[in-house]
Design a binder for this molecule. Structure first.
Ligand SMILES: Cc1cc2nc3c(=O)[nH]c(=O)nc-3n(C[C@H](O)[C@H](O)[C@H](O)COP(=O)(O)OP(=O)(O)OC[C@H]3O[C@@H](n4cnc5c(N)ncnc54)[C@H](O)[C@@H]3O)c2cc1C
Ligand SMILES: O=C(O)[C@@H]1CCCCN1
Length: 396
């Protein structure tokens, strides 16, 4: 009886319910509340938590993308991050620059260079002979070229997430309920969302559930071709503390792989843990989000040990600290930002494929526009569900 009473339906109808208080759901909820939408943000875990994709202290922010649409979105995203810094009164971005190393004549590296030039993004192209003068303590592999995106840097991720959630709650109409797992969704002109302790109704629903996207989408008869992988977040000890630190103006870096020009290995200057530099492999092994640590594959760490030994001689080539995070990856590594194919008032933000944090504020704006029935301010065709066609299964 107690349970039935607790699960009694709240009489309130929200303009929008957002499921998942990672960076994407939190930014979306904030945008909605700013637009005077009565908004409920539901999160399964007690906040803050480290079980999804948005925890940890740092993320890379950059415009260094091959695709024009990402570069265009990043122009505005930088502005929106700066606006958030002003609104929250905290520093969220630190400029460090981003060093990209990749096969000099490879297609990926050439396309990247061309995009940077086309968009007039402040970039320094480093010749092999001058490399070590600018970037000491890094060995550039034979055949690799190097460039620096000078406005790239670090976002303080945990701090950003807290700031956005606080701003959301300080808007009239912004409510967070954490420690409430959504267990059912009933589509309709008013969507009914049941958690393990309540029932809520919203005129629209945004699903930003990170690695759990498909679990929730089951209730709506849709499955997306998403792969959840566990990333071993490795920190490496500096032989001489400070060698690769933000204080010494050491940049973030990305090393592109020789064959396809995909991003392969990346690093951030030592900062959050003094004396330790974060260097990770941009791939991992598949995992169940609720059983993340059952995945114990460390093949990525072997690759990193070889890389650190070869390229970063100032680091001890054994990870000192290993943390965990998950990517939710689409087949083309582009995001999903779209309405549900059957229910127009259910909006999906998913598949951020290990590079979505920096877009948080702009994704929040786009998903809120979709939820309010407005025309989104960017062409969302690269992000449509329809592109999967043969993959996306409708079980309706
Ligand atoms: C190691 C690592 C490094 C990265 N580096 C970068 C980088 O340098 N730059 C960059 O831009 N991006 C980076 N990313 C990617 C970026 O962090 C993610 O794209 C982003 O955090 C995804 O956010 P999200 O809100 O979609 O997911 P999440 O943060 O996972 O949020 C989803 C939330 O939904 C909740 N939820 C799920 N199911 C339910 C339910 N049934 N009921 C209630 N709540 C539910 C979850 O608990 C979770 O809190 C990195 C990611 C990782 C893992
Ligand atoms: O989004 C980013 O900028 C980083 C780059 C390398 C891979 C992980 N994500």
């Amino acid at each position: 009886l107690a349970r039935e009473l607790k699960l009694e339906m709240s009489s309130e109808v929200y303009d929008c319910i957002v499921i998942g208080a990672g960076i994407q759901g939190s930014c979306t909820a904030y945008q909605l509340a700013k637009n005077k939408q009565k908004t409920l943000l539901l999160e399964q875990f007690v906040l803050p938590h480290s079980r999804g994709s948005s925890h940890g202290q740092t993320r890379v922010i950059r415009k260094t993308y091959e695709e024009d649409f990402y570069v265009q979105m990043m122009h505005e995203s930088y502005e929106l991050w700066a606006q958030l810094e002003r609104e929250a009164g905290v520093e969220l971005y630190r400029r460090t620059g981003l060093l990209v190393m990749g096969p000099e004549n490879g297609e990926g590296f050439s396309r990247l260079k061309a995009t940077m030039q086309r968009h007039k993004i402040p970039t320094v192209f480093l010749e092999k002979q001058e490399f070590s003068q600018h970037i000491p303590n890094v060995n550039l592999a034979d055949g690799n070229g190097a460039l620096i995106d000078t406005f790239a840097g670090v976002l303080y991720a945990d701090r950003a997430l807290r700031a956005v959630q606080r701003l959301f709650q300080s808007c009239g109409g912004g409510v967070i309920k954490d420690g409430e797992k959504v267990i059912d969704i009933r589509p309709g002109t008013e969507v009914t969302v049941t958690t393990d302790s309540g029932v809520y109704r919203g005129r629209s629903l945004v699903i930003t559930a990170g690695p759990w996207a498909n679990t929730l989408l089951t209730h709506t008869g849709l499955q997306l071709p998403l792969k959840v992988v566990k990333i071993n977040v490795c920190y490496w000890k500096e032989k001489i503390p400070g060698t690769y630190s933000v204080g010494q103006s050491f940049p973030c870096f990305i090393e592109m792989e020789p064959i396809e020009g995909e991003y392969d290995i990346y690093g951030l200057p030592s900062n959050e843990y003094p004396g330790l530099m974060k260097v990770c492999y941009h791939m991992g092994s598949e995992t169940e989000p609720d059983e993340r640590d059952k995945q114990t594959d460390r093949g990525d760490i072997d690759i990193l040990v070889r890389f650190v030994t070869r390229c970063l001689p100032g680091l001890v080539p054994v990870p000192a600290v290993v943390e965990s995070c998950m990517y939710t990856v689409t087949p083309d590594h582009n995001f999903v930002l779209d309405s549900h194919p059957t229910y127009g008032n259910i909006i999906i933000g998913a598949g951020f494929s290990g590079h979505g944090f920096k877009f948080g504020p702009i994704i929040g704006k786009l998903l809120s526009q979709l939820a309010m029935g407005q025309v989104p301010s960017y062409d969302l065709s690269p992000f449509r569900i329809q592109r999967f066609q043969s993959h996306a299964r409708s079980s309706l």
